[in-house]
Design a protein around this ligand. Structure first.
Ligand SMILES: [Zn+2]
Length: 62
């Protein structure tokens, strides 16, 4: 399962749980001067849609 976090600055990361936690921590530190705990990352992430290649759907406007 992929997780996704969108920062308030518009930066987006998507990946496994550990990748997202590390990536958000690194981004917060370098871009915003913030030190986030893994718990803070978990509080804001959401489940990302599976990769489009995993299946096809007919129709759909997105
Ligand atoms: Zn940011």
């Amino acid at each position: 399962m992929l997780m996704e976090v969108t920062c308030r600055c518009g930066w987006v990361i998507r990946g496994s749980r550990s990748e997202v936690i590390r990536g958000v921590q690194a981004h917060a530190r370098s871009a915003h001067g913030l030190e986030l705990t893994p718990g803070e990352v978990r509080a804001v992430w959401k489940v990302a849609a599976e990769a489009p290649a995993a299946g096809r759907r007919n129709g759909g406007g997105e």
